[in-house]
Design a protein around this ligand. Structure first.
Ligand code: HEC
Ligand code: HEC
Ligand code: HEC
Ligand code: HEC
Ligand code: HEC
Ligand code: HEC
Ligand code: HEC
Ligand code: HEC
Ligand code: HEC
Ligand code: HEC
Length: 315
């Protein structure tokens, strides 16, 4: 990092050209037209914000935003605004993304600078009204554009960015059972579209199950015998971010099952057990079967069964 003094010295040289020196600037600021006449394109800014800048702004040329010869490539001013007042009066640029010498602009002003080019991209058509936009999160709360590597776009580092705001998910990701996020195999954005979505909770697909099926296709079926809570919503039993009950379960069996299947365990076959009571023509199986053993020992096909006789999800 270069010292601020050295940077300001470099500015003073360029400033002679642009700001016209501090004394002159106070009473007779150079006109913007004179500035643009002298320097064009990025040079208007890089005359000062060059390699001696205390912040590494030039790394932008190693990113897609620095591809020379592509018409669509932004200039400094496409994002920061024309910034006449900065060029002539040493005031803040029109759009400041990070608080430093100047206060940062409102998040909607920051995002508008990006949306002027990216607003029509398919992935961002639901930005307005999405949880992040509504929650006052700006594009640049996640993205870094003056770095060769944008942390939020790399599998290994994305979660770190999300965790700065989402502490619950960080805590969950450290539990015994979790999606391999820390391992770099799954990222938050496999399940979520942080830019907004048609589904609930910014999910990448319209529903929870559709989102899960993108990777766990075998759970989609179709099954001859479906289990209603599975086709409805995987989170009836699973928690996506982490659990101390493997595999990613909300609670242990039999409690997990008992949340919906309360009451006596019935059998049409009286020989199945002693008669603890009858209900709807069915005979209750002894309670030891019910509470003493894991439901899954018998009803192992909890996600659905394709066996002709698998109506009870036991084969
Ligand atoms: C004559 C020198 C000079 C020119 C030309 C210049 N700047 Fe600056 N700029 C500065 C100085 C000095 C600062 C305050 C020190 C700092 O934070 O880097 C600054 C600060 C900034 C900041 C805010 C940094 C922060 O942390 O708050 C941004 C953004 C910025 N300039 C963008 C631009 C853009 C875009 C242009 C071209 C339109 C431009 N500058 C042209 C000298 C200049
Ligand atoms: C003047 C137009 C313009 C503006 C303004 C603009 N971008 Fe871009 N951006 C582009 C272009 C062009 C690409 C390259 C697209 C491509 O290669 O398909 C791009 C690519 C990107 C990418 C993908 C980079 C990659 O490596 O694939 C991200 C992320 C991005 N922009 C974020 C932003 C953010 C955040 C802002 C606001 C701070 C912003 N952009 C402002 C034109 C712009
Ligand atoms: C909550 C964090 C977050 C916010 C806020 C955010 N992004 Fe992104 N962005 C991401 C992530 C994560 C990816 C990588 C997704 C992927 O590769 O599937 C991404 C990818 C991109 C890309 C490249 C891939 C694509 O989808 O085209 C562009 C361009 C982009 N973002 C622009 C923006 C713009 C513009 C805004 C503001 C309107 C914004 N982002 C706001 C997290 C964010
Ligand atoms: C695609 C939009 C975009 C373009 C193009 C762009 N900037 Fe930035 N600038 C940003 C964002 C966003 C930040 C906040 C830091 C970051 O994301 O890396 C920033 C930060 C800065 C800062 C403050 C340093 C800091 O990290 O806080 C300066 C100075 C600056 N830009 C100058 C420039 C100059 C000079 C150019 C042209 C060479 C330029 N910017 C081009 C979006 C842009
Ligand atoms: C395997 C898919 C999946 C992955 C990976 C994933 N999520 Fe989620 N996330 C979900 C589902 C499904 C929901 C909605 C149901 C719920 O809240 O349990 C959700 C909900 C959320 C919520 C809203 C919670 C609430 O209580 O309203 C936040 C915030 C969140 N996720 C952040 C993240 C972050 C950050 C990451 C990455 C560290 C991440 N998610 C990774 C599937 C996923
Ligand atoms: C700068 C802080 C910040 C960052 C970084 C951030 N978020 Fe958020 N996120 C929020 C806020 C604020 C909300 C609005 C709801 C709330 O208050 O929790 C939110 C909401 C969400 C929700 C819930 C949506 C809903 O409908 O309830 C999900 C999912 C989510 N974020 C995922 C992510 C992912 C994935 C990342 C990383 C790619 C990320 N967030 C990065 C601040 C952030
Ligand atoms: C991007 C792909 C992807 C998506 C989307 C996804 N998963 Fe996974 N899931 C994985 C991977 C990878 C593993 C780890 C498999 C392994 O270790 O063998 C896993 C493991 C699991 C496990 C077993 C965990 C354990 O501790 O053994 C459960 C349960 C699970 N996922 C449920 C879900 C649910 C529910 C959803 C939807 C909310 C979902 N998954 C969405 C990729 C995904
Ligand atoms: C009725 C509760 C319930 C629902 C709903 C449910 N699961 Fe499961 N899931 C379980 C149980 C219990 C296990 C552990 C099975 C075992 O240990 O044999 C499991 C295990 C898993 C596993 C890891 C072992 C394997 O079979 O691959 C994955 C992946 C999984 N479920 C994905 C899903 C997906 C995707 C959905 C939604 C389509 C879903 N589950 C809905 C109860 C459920
Ligand atoms: C969120 C509620 C819910 C949870 C949790 C749940 N189930 Fe179910 N289960 C249902 C519903 C609803 C049906 C369909 C009942 C019907 O068709 O009358 C069903 C059907 C069944 C059937 C087939 C019986 C029949 O009459 O068709 C079996 C066996 C079963 N569940 C076992 C389990 C087991 C074992 C667990 C725990 C791993 C479990 N269930 C967890 C709601 C749930
Ligand atoms: C020892 C094996 C066994 C265990 C353990 C077991 N079941 Fe069953 N279950 C059966 C048999 C056998 C039937 C079918 C009875 C019949 O209709 O003939 C059945 C029927 C059911 C049915 C169908 C509806 C009804 O009540 O008739 C549900 C729901 C069910 N079991 C849920 C559970 C749950 C929840 C658990 C754990 C708390 C569990 N079972 C534990 C063997 C078992």
């Amino acid at each position: 990092m270069v010292s601020m003094q050295k940077f300001l010295a470099a500015c003073a040289v360029a400033g002679g050209l642009i700001w016209g020196g501090a004394a002159e600037a106070a009473d007779a600021p150079a006109s913007p037209s004179k500035v643009t006449q002298a320097l064009t394109g990025d040079a208007v800014c890089t005359a000062c914000h060059n390699e001696s800048s205390p912040t590494p702004v030039l790394a932008i040329y190693q990113t897609k935003h620095g591809v020379k010869g592509d018409r669509r490539t932004p200039s400094c001013q496409s994002c920061h605004g024309e910034s006449k007042e900065h060029l002539t009066n040493q005031k803040a640029p029109d759009v400041v993304f990070r608080k430093g010498a100047f206060a940062s602009s409102e998040s909607k002003v920051q995002s508008a600078a990006c949306l002027s080019c990216h607003g029509k991209d398919v992935n961002r058509t639901r930005w307005d009204g999405g949880a992040h936009q509504v929650g006052d999160v700006a594009c640049t709360s996640c993205h870094q554009v003056h770095r060769a590597h944008d942390k939020v776009r790399s599998k290994k580092t994305q979660a770190e960015v999300c965790f700065t705001c989402h502490k619950d998910q960080r805590r969950d990701s450290r539990k015994i059972s979790h999606h391999p996020i820390g391992e770099g195999k799954v990222v938050c954005s496999d399940c979520h579209n942080p830019h907004g979505s048609a589904g609930p909770k910014l999910l990448a697909k319209n529903t929870v199950t559709e989102t899960c099926f993108t990777c766990h296709a075998e759970k989609r079926g179709p099954f001859l015998w479906e289990h209603q809570p599975v086709t409805e919503d995987c989170t009836n039993c699973h928690t996506p971010h982490g659990s101390n009950i493997t595999p990613l379960l909300k609670s242990r069996t039999p409690f997990l099952c008992s949340e919906c299947h309360d009451g006596p365990h019935h059998s049409k076959d009286p020989a199945a057990g002693s008669v603890a009571g009858t209900q709807g023509g069915l005979t209750a199986i002894p309670s030891e079967n019910y509470t003493g053993r894991a439901c899954l020992n018998c009803h192992s096909m909890v996600h659905g069964s394709n066996h002709p006789a698998g109506a009870l999800l036991h084969r």
